[in-house]
Each structure stands twice: as structure tokens, then as C-alpha cells.
Design a protein around this ligand. Structure first.
Ligand code: ATP
Ligand code: MG
Length: 414
């Protein structure tokens, strides 16, 4: 026999309980986001590389080191999307939706791809749920987006032990001032910086705040904070977001070290974090990005959103969602198979999860029903078919009744 093939490093199969956990996260996010007026979109898994990599200024790890980029047979540079936001902004512009009817409130779910070092909670193909309000400059939008995320976490039953950490990155003027302060500070400690961060110092010193290097983190602890560099407008915007969060009843903790992993954020930046997942503690992250749609060739379209890792949320779910328990229909002999199939289809049409074994005698079929953890068995023998009844056995209680087909359907749909 040939050596069995393995999934590619950093990718996983979702089977049984794993899939049900995954699905529960998506369903909760889909339901809750719909309550807030979000509509679901689907965009391609691969895009023109320029959708994600916009010029030399991009210094985030995601774009500079982690992208799955390849040249296709036609010679075009293609990238497997590492995130949803850029593709959604591209779609807004490509579909001519950027000019009117704003804001657009979009829910998204699907696989994302990043060439990272695989570990618990960190994969090369992972999945996100994501919401974006495209085309809203008001702080109420930031707060509503966050409130929606908080409700998703609550409905999943994982909110306990999860904290919202929030920060502002200010407007362009605030950030320019802050940047100068950071350059001054880190230049004084240049020799103690990691090699990566010395590069960041040239290109995007804010990125140093997000460094995972131990030595960098010690320096970051003493670095200037943005608070002292905010313009009055940026400070007012941030205060307003925080006030609205209060109205939505979302608890938060201010953390002036949050900068987020992608370069396009301004004003609000936030993460929902937990200490229950070890190093991979960020379950949901997002913020405001006011220039991205313009970079896709659209008009100025201030926007705000978040993305959450489904794998990390799925790990936090307490009880795995139960698989539905079927009803097993059991013909006593081949002669009753026709009547049994008619009953099977009638039950399925009525919304009852129903199984019929493909073969086997009564005993084998009962064993199969138990293996499937069936809640009831419907047994059809010659005399039952002749009288238009069925033996309904409750497999939990162990009781059995002869009932009409109508009565059987009625009981099983009750
Ligand atoms: P981290 O700091 O954990 O690398 P990030 O800042 O790169 O996260 P985002 O780009 O904001 O993450 O993506 C939003 C969410 O997607 C993260 O909070 C996390 O839950 C999830 N996520 C990101 N990268 C991965 C990955 N490689 N595997 C699994 N989940 C991931
Ligand atoms: Mg990352």
C-alpha cells in the first residue's frame, strides 16, 4: 500500500464534533449579525495580489511575510486571501456600490490563508467570521459593530473571561505626531531593539508596539502613548465611541498598546481577548479604517469592522453542540421495505431526522439504530403493514406501542 497522504501542515479536517463546533460559531454570528441589519456576502477566495498588498508602505507581518502568493498560468499574481476586509472593500467598488445606499452592513464567513508557524489556535488555513460597516464615519457605527461582536460572544456562551480591550490610533495628524514621538523614543534604544523592529523603526514605528519579541516588549512598556498626541477631534471621537459602548452596555478596558495586525486602521482599534487559550488569546479583533476603499479605487468611504477566528471560538465553546438524534425505520423483512421507505420519506418531509439501514435483519437493524443513538425505532412487520399501523419503540424509555402512521408522525414531530 502507498503511504497515506496527510493534510498540508497547518491545515485541518473538520469532522464530527469539530465540525459541529465550527458550525455553531457561524450560525450564532449569522443570526446575531442579521439582528443588527448585516447582510451576508461571498467573495472569491483568491484575489489579485494588489487587493492585499498596496505599495511598499505595508509593513504588517500578514502582508509582508505570511501571504500565499503565486503566479497563475496566465502570468497574473494571485493571492489566497489572508483576511476578508480588503476583498469586501474591493467588491464594494467593483460592483459599483460605493456611491449610494451607504452604509452597507456586511457579514462574511469563510477560510483565510496565512503562512504562519502552526500551533494551537494558529493555522495556515483558518476560518473567520467578519462584519463590516462600509461607509459610516460616525462613532455610533464603531460602537454598534463592537456591540454586535459582544452579543455573538454572549450567545455562544463564551463571553465570560473575555475582555474587550480598546484603543484609538487617532486621525492622520495625531498619528504623525505620535509617530515622531515613537521614533525619538525607540531611536534612543535602537541597539536593544530586535532586528525586525529596527526595520519597523524606519518604515512604521507603530508596528513595534505589536512586536511579540521579549526584548521589544520590555521597551514598549516604557514607550510614549498616543493619548498625549491626539488632536482634539480624534480625542472627541474616541470619547464618543466609549460613551456609546456604555449605552450598548458593553464593558471594556482601555489598552493603549493595541495597534492591530494590519496597517490600515485609524481611530478605533479593539480586541476581545481571553487568557483561556494560552498565547493565542485574541478571539476577535477590529477597528476603523478610513482609507481602504479609496485604495481600491473608490471614493472616500470610512468604515469599521471586526474579524474573529472560528477555530479559537470553537475551542472556547463549553459543551459540543449535540448531533441530532435520528428516528430509525425498521422493516422486519424485505417485503415491508416499500412501506418502510414511504414512511421514511413522510417523516423527513415532516422535518424528522430519519434513517433506514441499507441492509440487515431485524436484530442488525436494531443494533444499527442504537449505534446511531436513535431516539425511536419504527418497526414495520407484515401485520403492521396490513393494518396500517407501526410499532413505535421509544429507545430511551424502552416502551413500545402499536400506533397508526398518523399518530407516529404526530408523536415524533411533537
Ligand atoms: P494574532 O495576533 O493572533 O496573530 P492577528 O492580529 O493576526 O492575530 P487578525 O488579522 O486581526 O489577527 O484576524 C482576526 C482574528 O482571526 C484573530 O483575532 C484570530 O482570532 C484569528 N486568526 C488570525 N490568524 C489566525 C491563524 N493563523 N489561525 C487561526 N486563527 C487566526
Ligand atoms: Mg497574526
Amino acid at each position: 500500500m502507498a503511504t497515506p497522504l496527510q493534510p498540508v501542515r497547518g491545515t485541518r479536517d473538520l469532522i464530527g464534533e469539530e465540525f459541529r463546533r465550527h458550525h455553531a460559531v457561524i450560525e450564532a454570528a449569522r443570526r446575531v449579525s442579521a439582528l443588527y441589519g448585516f447582510e451576508e456576502w461571498s467573495t472569491p477566495i483568491f484575489e489579485d495580489t494588489r487587493v492585499f498588498s498596496r505599495g511598499l508602505g505595508d509593513t504588517s507581518d500578514v502582508v509582508s511575510k505570511e501571504m500565499y502568493t503565486f503566479t497563475d498560468r496566465g502570468g497574473d499574481s494571485i493571492t489566497l486571501r489572508p483576511e476578508a476586509t480588503a476583498g469586501l472593500c474591493r467588491a464594494l467598488v467593483s460592483n459599483g456600490l460605493a456611491q449610494s445606499n451607504l452604509p452597507r452592513k456586511v457579514f462574511y464567513t469563510g477560510p483565510m490563508f496565512r503562512y504562519e508557524r502552526p500551533q494551537k489556535g494558529r493555522y495556515r488555513q483558518f476560518h473567520q467570521i467578519d462584519i463590516e460597516v462600509l461607509g459610516a464615519a460616525e462613532p455610533l457605527a464603531d460602537a454598534e459593530v463592537i456591540a454586535c461582536g459582544w452579543q455573538v460572544l454572549q450567545e455562544l456562551g463564551v463571553a465570560e473571561g473575555v475582555v474587550l480591550e480598546i484603543n484609538t490610533l487617532g486621525d492622520t495628524e495625531s498619528r504623525d505626531r505620535y509617530r515622531a514621538a515613537l521614533v525619538a523614543y525607540f531611536s534612543d534604544h535602537r541597539d536593544a531593539l530586535s532586528e525586525d523592529s529596527r526595520m519597523r523603526l524606519e518604515k512604521n514605528p507603530l508596528r513595534i508596539l505589536d512586536s511579540k519579541d521579549e526584548g521589544d516588549r520590555r521597551l514598549v512598556a516604557g514607550a510614549p502613548t498616543i493619548g498625549d498626541h491626539l488632536t482634539p477631534e480624534a480625542a472627541r471621537f474616541y470619547d464618543s465611541v466609549l460613551a456609546y459602548l456604555g449605552r450598548f452596555g458593553v464593558p471594556f478596558r482601555q489598552n493603549d498598546r493595541i495597534v492591530r495586525g494590519l496597517d490600515y486602521y485609524s481611530h478605533t482599534a479593539f480586541e476581545f481577548v481571553t487568557d483561556r487559550l494560552g498565547a493565542q488569546g485574541t478571539v476577535m479583533g477590529g477597528g476603523r479604517y478610513n482609507g481602504l476603499v479609496e485604495e481600491m479605487g473608490g471614493p472616500s468611504t470610512p468604515s469599521v469592522g471586526w474579524a474573529a477566528g472560528i477555530e479559537r471560538l470553537a475551542m472556547l465553546l463549553a459543551a459540543p453542540p449535540a448531533a441530532p438524534r435520528p428516528v430509525a425505520v425498521i422493516p422486519v423483512s424485505e417485503a415491508e421495505e416499500g412501506a418502510a421507505l414511504a414512511l421514511v420519506q413522510r417523516l423527513r418531509a415532516a422535518g424528522v431526522v430519519t434513517e433506514i439501514a441499507y441492509k440487515g435483519n431485524l436484530k442488525r437493524r436494531m443494533e444499527r439504530a442504537n449505534k446511531l443513538h436513535a431516539r425511536a425505532a419504527l418497526i414495520l412487520g407484515e401485520s403492521e403493514v396490513a393494518q396500517g399501523v407501526v410499532q413505535l419503540r421509544d429507545l430511551d424509555a424502552g416502551t413500545q406501542d402499536s400506533v397508526t402512521l398518523d399518530e407516529a408522525v404526530r408523536r415524533l414531530t411533537a
